[in-house]
Design a protein around this ligand. Structure first.
Ligand code: PLP
Length: 411
């Protein structure tokens, strides 16, 4: 019967980070302690006001269908909030509520990419971009990043060289997973000009817009010529610690929203009704709680970066956004005799319980890449375990004999 599986399924990718979770779970099942730096899930509670408002909505019977684009109250509140934070003029009709941020990626490709068109996307990057481009018959063209004094930044020259007459879409994930890369205002202005010059539509994945630790975040949609061609991916997952609630939004010009709403009707009918009332309470009255979430994450980031930079052969920039760290482990690997970053990952997991992803979980490395990186998420692990885990990591990473022994035992 397997021959009946549709051909397009062979083009669908996945989040390979989930395979790391599986390995970690298997390791834990043998009675080992795991330090979970691998998944971007959160161990921080959703603010109680959101929980109470969702419960109240259920009690009040808000359990039936609602409009396919979402409840008007939430769309209006989000239009106000996104308009304020991004400097955009938005109204309810610029907002379409979604069952998470992730579905916006598939809906964008379905609505605005024709088969054979080229899409530029970040690599390393969130793996769903490449998966969805290919699944819907597009040509996935990865662009990379450069190391600079302020961390990772875009290579605008490379991006422009990649653009051909067939390039129609640019995917931008400022406040970037997995590198925490962040464009400053001047870089974003140049990028916006490039998008206008080549008439590109832009999917601006702003999942981490609100997870920034200093300065005022900016959206590419606010630059001249961009509002009419940019769709913002918004999510309640991170700012409100609501990953499992599954609520997000597509925000953009009305001509785009009409198409996205048509897809809503054909797919989920509407996002979960009572959860939208919870999210509305979140937008209205959780400033103190969302600040606490950021403060918690900031402390974790600071501790993790300090401990990682104390490990011989490990070098990390402290990112100003997201809850990810992307250390260069090339020298640590060399000191231990590893040339495969996945082997290095397994060695650390099996000798310390510290579980993380590697650069390979975020796309196939580009030819120009010479260094090896890993990605640690600190959203699902508290300070005590960050300290305990990373001290164990240090011990293992500075012990070539242990690495040699581990290799021998595997042979
Ligand atoms: N975009 C990026 C870059 C992400 O890292 C994630 C989740 O980790 C998402 C989008 C989707 O988030 P969600 O579907 O939880 O809203």
């Amino acid at each position: 019967m397997e021959s009946r599986i549709a051909e397009r399924m062979s083009r669908l990718g996945t989040e390979t980070a989930f395979s790391v979770s599986l390995e970690a779970r298997e390791f834990a099942a043998k009675g080992n302690k795991i330090y979970p730096f691998h998944l971007g899930d959160m161990n921080i509670r959703t603010p109680q006001k959101i929980i109470n408002a969702a419960k109240k909505a259920m009690d009040e019977g808000k359990t039936g269908y609602c409009p396919c684009a979402g409840i008007p109250e939430l769309r209006e509140a989000l239009a106000r909030e996104i308009g304020r934070s991004r400097g955009l003029k938005l109204a309810k009709d610029n907002v379409s509520i979604q069952p998470g941020g992730k579905p916006v990626i598939m809906k964008f490709m379905l609505a605005f990419m024709n088969p054979g068109e080229e899409v530029l996307y970040p690599n390393p990057g969130y793996p769903i971009y490449e998966s969805q481009i290919k699944f819907h018959g597009g040509v996935a063209k990865p662009y990379g990043f450069r190391m600079s004094a302020r961390g990772f930044s875009l290579d605008l020259g490379q991006i422009e060289r990649l653009i051909t007459p067939f390039t129609k879409i640019f995917i931008f994930n400022n406040y970037h997973n997995p590198m925490g890369a962040e464009s400053d205002a001047s870089e974003m202005a140049k990028l916006a000009k490039l998008c206008v010059k080549h008439d590109l539509l832009v999917l601006s994945d702003e999942a981490y817009f609100d997870i920034t630790y200093a300065g005022k975040p900016k959206s590419i949609a606010s630059y001249p010529g961009m509002a009419g061609r940019t769709l913002i991916l918004y999510t309640f997952s991170k700012k409100f610690a609501m990953t499992g609630w599954r609520l997000g939004a597509a925000i953009g010009p009305e001509w785009m929203m009409e198409q996205i709403n048509r897809l809503n009707v054909n797919d989920e009918s509407c996002s979960n009704h009572f959860i939208q009332w919870g999210a509305l309470a979140g937008l209205r009255s959780t400033k103190k709680e969302t600040k606490q979430i950021i403060d918690t994450l900031r402390k974790r980031r600071d501790l993790a970066c300090k401990l990682l930079n104390g490990i011989k052969g490990v070098k990390v920039f402290k990112p100003n956004s997201t809850f990810y760290i992307f250390p260069d482990v090339t020298d640590a690997m060399r000191n231990l005799g590893f040339d495969d970053v996945e082997e290095f990952r397994r060695f650390i997991l099996e000798t310390t319980g510290v579980s993380f992803c590697t650069r390979r979980h975020f796309g196939t490395p580009l030819e120009s890449e010479e260094r090896e990186f890993i990605r640690l998420a600190y959203s699902g692990i508290d300070l005590k375990d960050i300290r305990e885990g990373l001290l164990k990591f240090k011990e293992a990473a500075e012990n070539p004999e242990a690495a040699e022994k581990w290799r021998k035992n595997r042979r």
